[in-house]
Design a protein around this ligand. Structure first.
Ligand code: PLP
Length: 345
């Protein structure tokens, strides 16, 4: 018997957090200036939750899981300027859940500056648990969970990046949303995203399979912090795990998960000339705000690929803007802006 996997997906609990559908906009000035393909953006930076971003779509499923398990709080983890932790705190607040955020800082010492995403997390009333442990933060999360249970709390653990099968559902559904928007338009040759914990790419891969979009276009993840050889199997595994929840006999091949790891530079959140150029170009040609860690790096990668001739005139590229501009407010120094007098350039 034929069952539409999306019909099964739609049976999973989901809360409302995001402003959907997010618009698709052409970058006319920027594309002309670059002189290559026509570049469009899918504005997932405008999902609306406490300045928005890609984690909001994942959290519609993740917060619903937490409520379904009668949790009274959520735990998640990320870096000091985590967009994911900020959106999780906001989504939890909206549904009456406390949020416990395991945040990385060097030495596990709380930073002295309250700005960017961290300021928003504090404003929302999140509880901070500082750690020197790096992603996936497994030990610290387990400790915080044990402490909360010992205090008779009922935590629901959201993995870092919100990247589990339920989080990935958010991006399978996003692909369906895109397919409906794109009906009647010329096809996009390539979808590009900044990829890190892999849940977004996994969900989009599943969504392209379910909508048949994988016949006409490709999906390229530009890695911000991981080697392709490590991340591709994780993306394939996550996509498989999400498909399994939908009783789908589909086994994505890690070799077909496209990840470019040429732009890792000096590591996570280390801003170089390439990110600076991308952030300034998009701001000045389009009034579009990228972020210093994810979309700044991925867009810098896209610019480099166009300059190298990987994409050419006449092709159509859709860059999924996954958000993060709140972090700009903690990166003035890295953007080369803190020694400028306002009003001069
Ligand atoms: C988390 C994040 C990503 C990466 O998404 P993953 O699902 O972790 O791969 C990309 N861009 C921004 C702005 C993010 O916050």
């Amino acid at each position: 018997m034929f069952t539409n996997p999306f019909a099964i997906l739609d049976q999973f609990p989901r809360v409302e957090l995001a402003h959907l559908p997010t618009p698709i906009e052409p970058l006319l000035n920027f594309s002309a200036a670059l002189g290559g393909p026509e570049i469009f953006v899918k504005r997932d930076d405008q999902t609306g939750l406490a300045t928005g971003g890609n984690k909001t779509r994942k959290l519609e499923f993740l917060i619903a899981q937490a409520l379904g398990q009668e949790a009274d709080c959520v735990i998640t983890a990320g870096s000091t300027q985590s967009n994911h932790a900020r959106q999780t705190a906001a989504g939890a607040a909206r549904y009456g859940l406390a949020s416990h955020l395991v945040l990385y800082a060097p030495g596990g010492e709380p930073p002295t500056q309250l700005n960017g995403n961290l300021l928003l997390m504090q404003l929302i009333g999140a509880h901070f648990h500082w750690t020197a442990e790096r992603a996936p933060y497994t030990d610290t999360i387990a400790q915080v969970e044990a402490d909360l249970r010992a205090a008779d709390r009922r935590p629901y653990v959201i993995p870092y990046g919100g990247s589990n099968p339920f989080g990935a559902f958010g991006y399978a559904v996003a692909m369906r949303e895109f397919a409906a928007q794109a009906r009647g338009l010329p096809a996009f040759d390539t979808h590009i995203i900044a990829t890190s914990s892999g849940g977004t790419q996994a969900g989009m891969t599943l969504g392209m399979h379910l909508t048949g979009l994988d016949d006409t276009g490709e999906l390229l993840g530009i890695s911000v912090d991981q080697q392709a050889g490590e991340l591709a199997p994780r993306v394939a595994h996550l996509a498989r795990a999400a498909a399994e929840e939908l009783e789908l006999d589909w086994h994505p091949d890690p070799a077909l998960i496209e990840i470019n790891d040429d732009y890792l530079g000096d590591g996570y959140a280390v801003v170089s000339d390439a990110e600076r150029e991308a952030i300034h170009l998009l701001a000045q040609h389009e009034g579009l705000l990228l972020d210093p860690v994810y979309t700044g790096r991925a867009f810098a990668g896209l610019i480099d690929l166009v300059r190298r001739g990987a994409f050419t005139r006449g092709q159509r590229i859709l860059f999924w803007h996954t958000g993060g501009s709140a972090a700009l407010f903690s990166f003035a120094h890295h953007l080369g802006l803190d020694d400028n007098t306002p009003g001069t350039t």
